[in-house]
Design a protein around this ligand. Structure first.
Ligand code: AMP
Length: 211
């Protein structure tokens, strides 16, 4: 099998990052994620693009979408350099979905399905170890080492207020993207409320089946 081109869709907090990391390892593909790419370039100057704000930071800290022009360029560049990939965090609206269609074909479109109450709980309790990048949860998965616990940080946009806004943006902009792939008959739904290992079993089996 050639290296698969995989799209992973889901709300913020659905587990796209966790499952993408496993996919990357098991299928030897690249992880292309707009969220990480933008976080690494939060203060890049986008003022020449005729956008409302001059950097991605203002959009991200409010839970709003960064303008398509910025994000499309990041994805186009990353995909042109990858044989197989798992694309995570994009497309977030129908315009981006159309843009993606012009960039590449996809072998698998996965959707991690998680209810809203669970998403809020996961996101507001999420913490990161700034030294290792490891993700924890204050309740579901706290670190054993007290030194790690002391240095944990919350993502700027994981506060309750911003989480609610991110989920509103998801419902308004990204749910139509899920319907778009569903209407094309290519959407593979996975129950994302299961434990991470069980979700992985389903994700792996789906990719092996389709790709
Ligand atoms: P994530 O880590 O995927 O939750 O993304 C964090 C933030 O980055 C989002 O709330 C948006 O502000 C921005 N972002 C990530 N991906 C996109 C995208 N495809 N389009 C627009 N903004 C994005």
């Amino acid at each position: 099998m050639a290296q698969p081109r995989i799209l992973i869709l889901g709300a913020p907090g659905a587990g796209k990052g966790t499952q993408s990391a496993k996919i990357t390892e098991a299928f030897d593909v690249e992880h292309v994620t707009t969220g990480d790419a933008l976080r690494a370039n939060k203060d890049m100057d986008i003022s020449e693009m005729d956008t409302e704000y001059d950097t991605p930071r203002e959009y991200m800290d409010q839970g709003e979408l960064v303008p398509d022009e910025v994000v499309n360029a990041i994805v186009d560049e990353a995909l042109s350099q990858a044989d197989g990939f798992v694309l995570d965090g994009y497309p977030r609206n129908l315009e981006q979905a159309e843009e993606l269609e012009d960039m590449t074909d996809l072998d698998v479109v996965l959707y991690l399905d998680v209810g809203e109450e669970e998403l809020v709980h996961r996101l507001t309790g999420r913490r990161m170890d700034p030294e290792t990048g490891e993700i924890y949860h204050v309740e579901y998965n706290p670190p054993e080492d007290p030194d790690v616990e002391d240095r944990l940080e919350q993502r700027d946009d994981d506060t309750e207020e911003t989480v609610k806004e991110r989920l509103r943006v998801f419902r308004e902009n990204t749910e139509p993207v899920i319907e778009y792939y569903e209407d094309e008959g290519v959407l593979e739904r996975v129950n994302g409320e299961q434990a991470p290992d069980e979700v992985w079993e389903d994700v792996k089996a789906t990719i092996e089946d389709v790709a």
